[in-house]
Design a protein around this ligand. Structure first.
Ligand code: FMN
Length: 176
């Protein structure tokens, strides 16, 4: 799928078919995430690939039983690594850059998944970080930022509207 087609095709899908994601496809998504920019190229994050149903069920419980995390064949969990970023950037790395690193990687993965014909939804607003940390046995300094269930779509919801550009963009032009 062409780049702008993927941008426009992506929408949140919360119901998934009971169909595995091929390893080759998964690797392409992970390689795309790995190409994302990061502060100082530190890539201060880790992506946990979850396929085990019992662990997906725990992630679902951690996100208020929304359903998509248990249903999808694969869940990618993007975890920021504050200490790694802090080694070079101090508190700014700890509080901001590692979160940006993990977030951008997730955005790349989501678009790559769309381009490969897969559906996903970004789970970030509602989840208990400590429950996710326990389920994944994350090391001391890793924090889950976003969870991305992936799979073949089992629904076609209406597309969500967007605010007009005039509301979200401000131009500062140089005088001619
Ligand atoms: C930071 C962030 C957190 C989100 N958290 C959730 C969530 O917890 N559960 C959910 O179903 N969707 C979640 N979403 C998906 C949004 O609801 C969705 O992207 C938005 O409504 C626009 O719809 P669209 O993705 O179909 O264009 C989240 C998206 C972002 C970027």
């Amino acid at each position: 799928m062409e780049f702008f087609e993927a941008i426009h095709a992506r929408q949140s899908i919360r119901k998934f078919q009971d169909k595995p994601v091929e390893v080759d496809t998964l690797m392409k998504i992970l390689e795309a995430a790995n190409r994302a920019p990061s502060a100082g190229n530190l890539q201060a994050y880790q992506i946990v690939v979850v396929q085990e149903p019992a662990v997906k069920a725990r992630l679902d419980a951690a996100s208020g039983h929304q359903g998509s995390l248990a249903e999808a064949p694969v869940v990618l969990v993007f975890c920021a690594h504050p200490q790694e970023s802090a080694t070079r950037y101090g508190s700014r790395g700890e509080d901001l850059y590692c979160i940006q690193d993990a977030t951008i990687a997730c955005a790349y993965a989501q678009l790559a998944a769309t381009a490969l014909g897969l559906a996903s939804v970004w789970i970030g607003a509602v989840f208990e970080p400590e429950m996710v940390r326990d389920a994944l046995r994350l090391g001391g300094s890793q924090w889950p930022i976003a969870l991305l269930p992936l799979g073949s779509p089992a629904e076609q919801p209406p597309r969500q509207p967007r605010r007009p550009l005039q509301e979200t963009v401000r131009w500062i032009a140089s005088p001619r």
